[in-house]
Design a protein around this ligand. Structure first.
Ligand code: GLC
Ligand code: MG
Length: 730
């Protein structure tokens, strides 16, 4: 890792993410966060010490979604790009439904790093889902893990419950328990947590067990000042406006004027997603109940892109229907504009400026506003603001003094604040000018990136010292690189069975450990065993062997990585497909001759029995399972062990998974074994070695081309194979 040549990865998985006119407001998952991560990626790439910035998101294809989201790579600038990774199929899925597919996202991202032969130094996850992904990847590649929550599950849960939803409903729709549990983990492991405001730390993170005394940095996001420039620039320099901007402005005015009887009045502008928490109805009521306000100004509410109200998500539909009903009951025809469609990135800056030109006011009526991006944008354009006196807006007003804070649950306070800005010209000018200068100083992306990189650099020495401490604790033994780094740097991989293959003859076993040690740089090794992890560790102590790089346990149903025995969760989740352990046990319980193995033999993806094969008993097992339509694999070994596994599991399939995950050619993998539970691994596309002391189940592989039967037994046979296949040399 070189601090002057940083490779930063950002993860933002849900919603629709694209660099060219992002469809902000498309749905609840495509909003401020999408904009934030795209702008952050571009701005970080501008910094001299940053070599590469990749923004990882989900790759999506299908009806209702534009083609851009199916492209794997989208360049954002010379050094920044979006990388789209497949997970959970092709179709668009709302974020709550992505949880089961994150392991797949992680696996495919690891593949991407292997293909480009480079992994990031920094893994920065945005929101809980991508936080999890970044955490796992940072862990795999020994990188720094940074997290930004954007919004937090506990606060959302509290809010929805106070709105009257039941906890069960919140959980089934929003998967909130899962989210909160992941947030706890992310907080526990993050090297740095970036927030936009102090309030997030005090009021949101503090609700978590792991949310206190973390390494926090409050760094507000920047906005693009080339886009959000002051309204008076338009008036001073109107010839400079592009045709496109002029058309946008005229289009907006035409649209607004369809609604207004007196378009020459100033207007009050609100801009948000149609979400109950945005309190749009509170604003309409404040306006509807105040005749003076109605006489002084029009109102325009842009609430998301809507096509057909009847086909909308429930929350959005409720809000929009309510808006229309309120418009009617206060009789706001001719005064209230609720335009249907808008192109956020092009129209929004013009809207702020048109509103400022009319001497209007921007209002964000949301009850909770953790940050308030639109308030900053509006201030940058010189449009004064009114917002809640809680959360993000407090910081904004402190930095910029560009408007008035109110208790937005109090309608008359809203109305008073709007009136005072509309009536008092001096106050309006003051707030307008303060906003323009304050935003430049406090909310530019380049200011954000400087602070960000200062924080990142602070992590470096700290991590280094921790390593020193760790290695001291572990008796001076260096921890070594993490598994994903190590496996990316080796040429050959040996995977061997333990019982009767690696162990059985002590002297050749000691010899092979020496060989593995002296060829360490090029050759990694792993075991593939029927033993559970616990029994594998027992074997390691009993026969005194070093921790392998890879441990394939319980007949290929669990994969762990050394040195710290990290479970491969991607593999674990992959196996659950069509796996019905309870039904299998019930069905096989009917066969009197099967004897259940002890507890260590039973794993979440492995059911094991003792079976003495006679009278076609194996056939009866097979029939019983197929009669019940239970899909699984039946593996018999050493004339006594019967293992039932998911269709996707086996030692051989685990090896194939490693091949594809770590991009190791099958020609560079040697598998060694002696019995029936090694059969499919030995019959796969890797280099196969069968030790001389093999059991009869493997006799059928005798004639198979490309399987090497060694002359020596046990570990001596493995050594013979390593020479035979050219993995090591004399
Ligand atoms: C090991 C396991 C056992 C399994 C057998 C064959 O002995 O402990 O559960 O049945 O290998 O795979
Ligand atoms: Mg064996």
């Amino acid at each position: 890792m070189n601090r002057n040549n940083l490779y930063i990865s950002l993860f933002s998985i849900h919603g629709l993410v694209r660099g060219v006119s992002p469809q902000l407001g498309f749905d609840a998952d495509t909003g401020g966060q999408v904009k934030y991560v795209i702008e952050l990626a571009k701005a970080l790439a501008e910094q001299p010490e940053v070599a590469q910035v990749d923004l990882f998101t989900r790759r999506i294809e299908g009806v209702g979604v534009e083609e851009d989201y199916a492209k794997e790579i989208e360049l954002l600038s010379e050094k920044a790009k979006i990388v789209r990774i497949r997970c959970g199929g092709k179709k668009y899925l709302r974020k709550e439904l992505l949880w089961p597919h994150l392991e797949e996202f992680i696996d495919n991202t690891i593949r991407f790093f292997y293909e480009q032969k480079k992994a990031p130094d920094i893994f920065h996850g945005h929101y809980a889902d991508a936080g999890y992904v970044a955490m796992e990847l940072a862990n795999a590649f020994d990188g720094y893990f940074i997290s930004t929550g954007h919004s937090m599950g506990r606060s959302k849960l509290a809010k929805l419950i106070s709105d009257g939803l039941s906890e069960t409903r919140v959980n089934s729709h929003y998967k909130i328990r899962k989210r909160i549990a992941v947030e706890e983990k992310v907080m526990q492991w993050a090297d740095l947590i970036v927030t936009s405001t102090q309030q997030e730390i005090d009021e949101q993170y503090s609700l978590y067990n792991n949310g206190k005394a973390q390494n926090f940095a409050v760094i507000p996001p920047g906005i693009d000042l080339e886009i959000f420039y002051p309204y008076y620039d338009v008036q001073l320099d109107s010839e400079l406006l592009s045709e496109e901007v002029k058309q946008t402005r005229v289009g907006l005015l035409n649209e607004l004027n369809r609604f207004w009887g007196k378009p020459e009045k100033p207007f009050i502008l609100a801009l948000c997603r149609p979400d109950q928490r945005k309190n749009i109805s509170g604003l309409i009521e404040a306006y509807g109940n105040n005749k003076e306000l109605q006489a002084l100004a029009n109102l325009a509410i842009f609430a998301g892109i809507r096509n057909d109200i009847t086909t909308m998500e429930e929350n959005e539909r409720i809000v929009l229907t309510e808006m229309l009903l309120l418009m009617d009951s206060y009789d706001l025809y001719g005064k209230l504009a609720i335009p249907k469609k808008h192109n956020f990135s092009r129209e929004v800056p013009e809207l702020y400026r048109l509103c400022a030109e009319s001497r209007g006011v921007f209002i964000n009526p949301a009850l909770v506003e953790p940050f308030g991006l639109t308030l900053i944008e509006s201030s940058a354009c010189g449009l004064p603001i009114v917002a809640t006196d809680d959360g993000g807006p407090v910081d904004i007003i402190k930095n910029c003094s560009s408007g008035i804070l109110v208790d937005v649950s109090n309608q008359s306070e809203i109305a008073e604040a709007l009136l005072s800005l509309l009536i008092d010209r001096g106050k309006w000018e003051y707030c307008s000018n303060q906003g323009i200068t304050g935003v430049r100083k406090h909310y530019s992306w380049s200011a954000h990136c400087r602070e960000y990189l200062d924080e990142v650099v602070k992590l470096f020495p700290q991590r280094y010292e921790e390593d020193v401490v760790l290695s001291k604790l572990s008796d001076g033994v260096n921890k070594g690189p993490s598994y994903a780094k190590r496996l990316g740097n080796i040429r050959h991989l040996l995977i061997t069975d333990i019982d009767n293959t690696l162990v059985g003859d002590d002297s050749s076993m000691q010899q092979i450990f020496q060989l593995l040690q002296s060829n360490r740089k090029e050759l990694a090794w792993g075991v593939a065993t029927g033993r559970s992890l616990e029994l594998t560790l027992e074997a390691m102590t009993e026969y005194d062997f070093p921790t392998p790089d890879i441990l394939i346990c319980s007949v290929g149903t669990e994969i762990y990585y050394g040195p710290d025995l990290r479970l491969d969760k991607g593999w674990f989740t992959h196996l659950s497909y069509q796996w019905k352990p309870e039904e299998i046990k019930r069905a096989l319980g009917e066969l009197g001759f099967l004897v259940f193995q002890e507890a260590e033999g039973q794993r979440s993806h492995k059911i094991s029995y003792y079976l003495e094969e006679k009278n076609n008993r194996l056939e009866q097992v097979r029939e019983k399972l197929s009669e019940r339509k239970l899909r699984c694999q039946i593996i018999y070994s050493h004339g006594q062990f019967l293992d039932i596994l998911p269709v996707r599991a086996s030692k051989g399939k685990a090896v194939e998974y490693l091949q594809s995950k770590f991009k190791i050619s099958p020609r560079h993998i040697m598998v060694a074994g002696d019995s029936g539970n090694d059969e499919d691994m030995l019959g796969g596309n890797s280099r196969a070695l069968i030790v001389a002391n093999y059991s009869e189940e493997l006799e059928k592989l005798r004639d198979r081309a490309g399987t090497y039967f060694s002359e020596h037994e046990y570990a001596a046979g493995i050594i013979e194979g390593l020479y035979h296949y050219g993995f090591i040399h004399h």
